[in-house]
Write a protein that binds this ligand. Structure first.
Ligand SMILES: *[C@@H]1O[C@H](CO)[C@@H](O)[C@H](O)[C@H]1NC(C)=O
Ligand SMILES: *[C@@H]1O[C@H](CO)[C@@H](O)[C@H](O)[C@H]1NC(C)=O
Ligand SMILES: *[C@@H]1O[C@H](CO)[C@@H](O)[C@H](O)[C@H]1NC(C)=O
Ligand SMILES: *[C@@H]1O[C@H](CO)[C@@H](O)[C@H](O)[C@H]1NC(C)=O
Ligand SMILES: *[C@@H]1O[C@H](CO)[C@@H](O)[C@H](O)[C@H]1NC(C)=O
Length: 163
C-alpha cells in the first residue's frame, strides 16, 4: 500500500514540476522595429506557449509594450486600449490558455511590424477566470492529510498487523 502511495506522490510532484519556459521576445533582436515585417510572426511560428511560461520584452531605444484588447485593435495598430508598459524589460506571465496581442505604440513601429501575437495553449480563453483552477501545490497539500490518515489506519489497526 505504502509503495503505491509513493508512486502517487511522485506523479503529483512530476506534474507540479512541469517545465516553465521564459521566452525573450525576438531572441537576440529583442523588441524592436524588425527589418522584415514578418519577423515576429516567424519568431512565434516554431514555439508553443503554455500556461506557466513567461515572455520578456527587452529593448534599448524608444519602444514600449501595449497589450491590446482584441485582434481588430492588433490588426489596425489601435493604440488607445489595453495595458501599457514603458520600462524595459517587461515580463508577462502566461497564466492561462488564450491569445494575447502586443504592439509598440511609438510612431509607426506597429505598422512596420513591431507587434506579436502569442497563442497560449490552444489559444482559446475559457470564460471562468483562472482563480478557481486547482493548481498542483494545492493538490499536494490537500493530499497529505489523506495520506497520513491511510497510513495511520494501516499501521495502527491491529487487524491489519495480523496479516
Ligand atoms: C521576410 O520573411 C518571410 C518569411 O520568412 C520571407 O519569405 C521573406 O523573404 C522575408 N523578406 C525579406 C525581405 O527578407
Ligand atoms: C536585454 O538586452 C540587453 C541589451 O541588448 C542584453 O544585454 C540583455 O541580456 C537582454 N536581456 C534579456 C533578458 O534578454
Ligand atoms: C505593466 O503595467 C501595468 C499597469 O500599469 C502594471 O500593473 C504592471 O505591473 C506593469 N508590468 C510590468 C512588468 O511592469
Ligand atoms: C510573474 O512570475 C514571477 C515568478 O513566478 C513573479 O515573481 C512575478 O511577480 C510575476 N509577475 C506578475 C506580473 O504577476
Ligand atoms: C489549453 O490548451 C491545451 C492545448 O494546448 C489543451 O490541451 C487544454 O485542454 C487547454 N486547457 C483548457 C483549460 O482549455
Amino acid at each position: 500500500m505504502a509503495i503505491y502511495l509513493h508512486w502517487i506522490i511522485i506523479a503529483f510532484l512530476a506534474a507540479s514540476a512541469d517545465a516553465a519556459t521564459t521566452y525573450t521576445v525576438g531572441d537576440a533582436t529583442g523588441w524592436a522595429v524588425p527589418t522584415n515585417i514578418s519577423f515576429y510572426d516567424n519568431w512565434v511560428a516554431d514555439k508553443s506557449f503554455e500556461p506557466g511560461d513567461s515572455l520578456v520584452f527587452n529593448w534599448t531605444s524608444t519602444h514600449n509594450v501595449l497589450e491590446v484588447t482584441s485582434k481588430a485593435e492588433y490588426d489596425s495598430c489601435t493604440k488607445t486600449n489595453g495595458i501599457l508598459n514603458e520600462t524595459s524589460p517587461v515580463t508577462i506571465n502566461l497564466t492561462a490558455n488564450g491569445t494575447l496581442y502586443f504592439i509598440c505604440t511609438i510612431g509607426p513601429h506597429c505598422t512596420l511590424g513591431q507587434k506579436v501575437t502569442i497563442k497560449v495553449g490552444n489559444g482559446v480563453s475559457t470564460s471562468p477566470p483562472p482563480s478557481n483552477s486547482a493548481n498542483p501545490p494545492f493538490t499536494i497539500s490537500a493530499f497529505w492529510p489523506l495520506l497520513s490518515a491511510i497510513l495511520m489506519y494501516f499501521f495502527a489497526s491491529p487487524a491489519h498487523i495480523v496479516y
